[in-house]
Design a protein. Structure first.
Lengths: 363, 289, 250
């Protein structure tokens, strides 16, 4: 990318870049991968596409949870509330005759609306209180829905009826593409958000709220935005969830197990980075596919790994790479010396010196 | 007269919540640590007690005499190995570590004992009651309330009048300076966590006499304990008692009107307190005791 | 053998080095004043000696025994006690409880002249407020209580960081009038003081720090005041004879 600024008169010119060759490669490969994945329903059976839907939703949830925890500094154990709200909204929409696929928009919007009063109550809290309070909120939704017969009560609700018009293969394909598109939108959206002014603000708030506020960062607005956007994202994921599984019940969809999964994916992958949650989701998915038939032991193992990571390598797997300066999805600002021609006989200024501002790769 | 009985049952229930919550309150007040595995550790203690009962054919009270000291040791070990390091690693580490521990414990219990609810045999204790006029005074409920008062009262006395208590309060006020005055913080924190887990295990086992125990019971246990602590105000042990009472009374009173919404009502009470008075009833950053 | 010997200390915070090769000696029963501008490293030096900060290089010896590796709580028990800048009493404890806290060093509290009674005699204003919560004491009372708390451990070496900070001059005068009684009990004192005149008056030797280095030492009674002020501010016109090598001048 072209140099963004130089500092004349200081002996060395510098450029500030936000992109890199590796990033271009990553972008290209991602586009290619998306194209291949989009073609998959024509090439592979529903077993594979069904499994990939799970993966796409895991990636989405990990990216969103990381937006809250890694970038905005709000650890939440209650995002499953919006999974549930989104899922139930899609079901409600389908009962009015509208296609559940269109219901996703309602799910997302509904969650945005619900997030406002919820965050208004949770706002003064931080750290562990915020985390448990979000869990309580999700529990409240669970308790409410379980006792509402018109919402299916404890037994749950099914989308099988409204979607019975579609042949199963077609329905699977639509669901697959929906999940793929949602993942792409969420990851791209989070990426653009973190690269924007908002991203810088929220990371400043996360690190030093008082200093950030003194510099004019609107601390409250940043937290609001992060929370509502995350709620919207989770609502959409919840909508896809019910379309994919056709059936939900409150105990499953409002379960804190989702939060546990998100925590594991993001922590092991690398909290506070873009690449980390994606890597974590892939690993989690692979472990789950491979080992869940042996019972809950894999969760014990993952939990132990997560604890180990937090205590010994808090940056997660990607954090190890990021410390060497690797970054595939750059978020920050890199200051590099520009080799200047210099007077004859004198060597030019050193090449990439790379003081990296904005913390590529650290949370 | 029944509403008096309701309030009474609510008070008893509150005593149970308070006994469950006192360990959480203590750990928060002294170490500023929210132990998300608190409920699961209480459940662990319960399973341990039932296992001892089944293996050695001893009654509940004997099993608890064995189990509670073991729970204390478990707390020591956890603090020295895990929690201490998490506290030194930053503000989010304790949350992530204790949540991870919670998942580990629940799934270990699931694998070891199955998901079925296990009963805790206690002779007649769960049904025996004293009847005074229109009032029902169940022995088990009274025992839990008395134990809550004893534990909270005992801790208050220890904190206020012993050298250990002085060191705990000093460290809670200013850890760095406490070290500079010669206080060894690690063993101190270990003793605090030991007490917290022992109390939690005691409470959990007695509660399970009524409800039975299952591997995922820890989540609800944690939530109620947490709410009692917040409503009562952080750092105040007696506040936790009062917080527990409010939760209990709300739950019993609402259950007279509508059983399914009783638990939801106490959750909403918590959220209302959060919205209106986030520091709780006796909000106080230092341990009051 | 000196009570406290600091040799070639380098110390700092993360990337930032605050002390460069600092050396100093404290003889038994001696009072040395440590002066310097803000940011010169005085508090850092005291914190390093007390064990709150790990030195990057160099050593600290107490009565000939190397204590460099000892963590802060061990050092307090060995006999090096710090009265921190800003007092930092335990706010929720009463004044008396604050003083009772350093009971850790296995009876050390009893193994010396500073019993509770002796401390109350020295600091009657603390005795008067002994049952009040420390957070409610006035600035002067808090300072007295903080010093009493440190003395209760019957230290070999007492580190005093800016005792006059934020206190009215009359209160500071009162404290310095008590200093001889403290010195008389045999404890060695390293005293950080912004007020150079008081520092000179209260000590037998004075060490001046500038940007983390010892730039001047000397007998307090005979120290050239102008030279000291020049060293204090790092004036290039510092007259010859001012030590820059960190060595002790007798």
């Amino acid at each position: 990318m072209a140099p963004v600024s130089t500092r004349p008169g200081l002996g060395t010119a510098v450029t500030v870049t936000r992109w890199s060759r590796a990033a271009t490669a990553t972008a290209a490969i991602s586009v290619l991968a998306l194209a291949v994945l989009a073609a998959l329903p024509y090439l592979a059976g529903t077993g594979i596409t069904q499994a990939l839907v799970t993966l796409f939703l895991l990636v989405s949830m990990a990216a969103l949870w990381n937006l809250l925890a890694g970038y905005a500094g709000m650890i939440s154990f209650g995002q499953q509330a919006y999974l549930g709200i989104g899922a139930y909204l899609v079901w409600l929409v389908s009962k009015t005759g509208v296609s559940p696929f269109a219901g996703i928009a309602v799910a997302a919007a509904g969650c945005a609306v619900a997030a406002v009063p919820i965050f208004a109550v949770l706002r003064p809290l931080s750290g562990g209180y915020f985390a448990v309070a979000t869990w309580v909120v999700a529990t409240c939704f669970f308790l409410y829905v379980t006792n509402q017969l018109w919402l299916g009560g404890g037994t749950g609700v099914s989308l099988a009826g409204p979607l019975s018009g579609l042949p199963p293969v077609v329905r699977q394909a639509y669901t697959y593409w929906l999940a793929l598109a949602l993942m792409a939108v969420i990851v791209a959206g989070v990426y653009l958000l973190v690269r924007s002014r908002f991203g810088l603000d929220s990371r400043a708030v996360h690190d030093e709220p008082a200093a950030a506020a003194a510099m004019g960062v609107e601390v409250q607005r940043t937290r609001w935005l992060a929370y509502i956007l995350a709620a919207v994202g989770f609502g959409a994921v919840g909508g896809v969830l019910i379309i994919s599984t056709l059936y939900i019940d409150p105990a499953t969809v409002f379960s804190v197990n989702y939060s546990a999964d998100m925590l594991f994916m993001v922590v092991i992958g690398g909290i506070g980075t873009m690449e980390g949650p994606i890597i974590g989701a892939v690993i989690f998915f692979a472990v789950q596919e491979e080992f869940s038939s042996y019972g809950a032991w894999y969760l014990v193992a993952i939990g132990a790994v997560a604890i180990l990571v937090v205590l010994t390598a808090p940056g997660g797997l990607w954090g190890i790479a990021a410390r060497r300066g690797w970054t595939l999805l750059p978020v920050g600002y890199r200051v590099r010396d520009v080799p200047s021609p210099g007077p004859p006989g004198l060597p030019g200024a050193a090449g990439p010196a790379g003081a990296t501002a904005g913390g590529d790769g650290d949370g | 007269m029944t509403w008096v009985n309701d309030i009474l049952q609510g008070i008893f229930l509150g005593g149970a919540y308070a006994l469950t919550a006192v360990g959480l309150s203590l750990m928060f007040g002294v170490m500023r640590m929210v132990n998300l595995a608190h409920g699961d550790l209480a459940v662990c203690g319960t399973y341990l007690a039932t296992t001892v009962m089944a293996a050695f054919g001893v009654p509940l009270w004997v099993a608890m005499l064995i189990m509670v000291p073991l729970a204390f040791l478990l707390g020591l070990v956890l603090q020295l190995s895990l929690f201490g390091r998490a506290l030194r690693s930053g503000t989010t580490a304790p949350l992530l570590v204790t949540f991870g521990l919670s998942v580990i414990i629940e799934n270990l219990l699931l694998q070891t004992y199955s998901a079925n609810t296990r009963g805790v045999p206690a002779g007649n204790l769960d049904v025996a009651a004293v009847h005074l006029g229109g009032l029902v005074l169940p022995w088990l409920a009274m025992l839990k309330l008395i134990l809550a008062l004893v534990v909270i009262g005992g801790l208050s006395v220890l904190l206020r009048y012993t050298a250990w208590g002085r060191r705990v309060r000093a460290t809670s006020d200013d850890q760095a300076v406490a070290r500079l005055q010669g206080i060894r913080v690690r063993p101190l924190f270990a003793s605090v966590t030991g007490i917290a887990i022992a109390a939690a295990a005691l409470a959990g086992t007695l509660n399970a006499v009524t409800t039975g125990v299952y591997p995922t019971l820890g989540a609800l246990t944690l939530i109620f304990a947490f709410e009692a602590v917040i409503i009562g105000g952080l750092g105040s042990l007696w506040g936790t008692l009062l917080g527990g009472m409010l939760l209990g009374i709300t739950q019993v009173v609402v259950s007279q009107v509508s059983v399914p919404y009783a638990i939801l009502a106490s959750q909403l009470l918590f959220l209302v307190v959060l919205a209106v008075r986030p520091q709780g009833l006796f909000g106080n950053p230092q341990i009051v005791g | 053998m000196s009570a406290l010997r600091v040799s070639g200390l380098d110390a700092g915070y993360e990337d930032f080095q605050a002390l460069f090769g600092v050396s100093l000696d404290l003889a038994a029963g001696e009072t040395v004043a440590l002066v310097g501008a803000n940011g010169a490293g005085k508090t850092t030096l005291l914190m390093t000696i007390a064990g709150a900060l790990r030195p990057w290089r160099g050593g600290i010896a107490l009565d000939g025994t190397d204590i460099t590796g000892q963590p802060d709580y061990r050092r307090a028990r060995s006999g090096v006690v710090l009265v921190p800048e800003g007092r930092r009493l335990f706010g929720s404890l009463t004044a008396e409880e604050n003083i009772l806290v350093p009971a850790g060093a296995r009876g050390r509290r009893e193994a010396g002249p500073w019993t509770l009674a002796a401390l109350y005699e020295l600091f009657p204003m603390v005795a008067a407020r002994r049952s009040h919560r420390a957070a409610l004491l006035s600035g002067g009372e808090q300072q007295a209580a903080a010093i009493a708390r440190a003395l209760a451990a019957n230290p070999r070496v007492l580190l005093l960081d800016e005792v006059s900070l934020g206190l009215a001059p009359a209160v500071v005068d009162a404290f310095y009038q008590l200093l001889p009684a403290i010195q008389g009990s045999g404890v060695s004192v390293l005293l950080v003081e912004q007020d150079v005149d008081r520092a000179l008056a209260a000590s037998s030797r004075t060490v001046c720090l500038l940007e983390g280095r010892v730039v001047m030492t000397g007998e307090s009674a005979s120290l050239d005041r102008d030279a000291l002020i020049a060293a204090y501010f790092g004036s290039p016109a510092a007259p010859p004879g001012t030590g820059d090598t960190g060595k002790v001048r007798t």
